[in-house]
Design a binder for this molecule. Sequence first.
Ligand code: 13P
Length: 263
Amino acid sequence: MSVSTITPWVVGNWKMNPVQADALKLISDFKKLLERAPIAEEKCILGVAPISIALLQTQAELKTAGRAVHTVAQDLSRISATGAYTGEVSAELLADYGIQYVLVGHSERREIFAENAAILNAKIQNALNAGLTVIYCVGESLEQREAGQAEAVVLQQVCDIAAVVAAEQWQNIVIAYEPIWAIGTGKTASPDDAQTMHAQIRQGLKQITGYAETMAILYGGSVKPENAVELAACPDINGALVGGASLNAESFHQIAQAFANTQ
Ligand code: 13P
């Protein structure tokens, strides 16, 4: 199977946004756009990741989207099952409430919340064992890129999880390459640089899993309608994890269309 046959994913990471009224309007506007200009499910997998207290409301609203738009949790607990862990939400509880997708390893969690490889591995193991699909984020800082360490850092982050992902579970992992210097800055990696890193990630994955050729590797970092077509044209960029532009229904729809049009 060639990598160009991988169905692209376009996922909106809303981060700690927006207020409820705006979230409901955003979903409603996006549903209207999907009605007016449908995007076939087989051409693009769609998801949105709202704040945790909005997961179920978002999921309920998206049920009438006319096609699958997955609701994605932005985080989960490193502790599994149930118990006396105030403030935590486990993989099993996400699954029990019908949430089947979760982000792990976002640079904001790594940096601001000090999530290291051990914590991330616990989260990934819990998520996969509960049957969730994980969007695992990797990416280098500006300092690391300028020091020529970008590839080594990113490949190490990919390899870090190999210890906890069982052979068949790689099918339930999507990788998101998000260079930290491109997040929320308006600076996007050039399509060439992004493609180069994505190809290296896939090479790295080939050393650890037989599913490397079928795994989606998403790009994230200032993805906008203006750069989505060029990024989508790269053979190893199989979708986008979109922050700021996903808070605008039209922008998010246009980005999804750009990736769907490659199919
Ligand atoms: P921006 O699209 O706002 O740069 O955010 C990217 C991101 O962090 C998505 O997870």
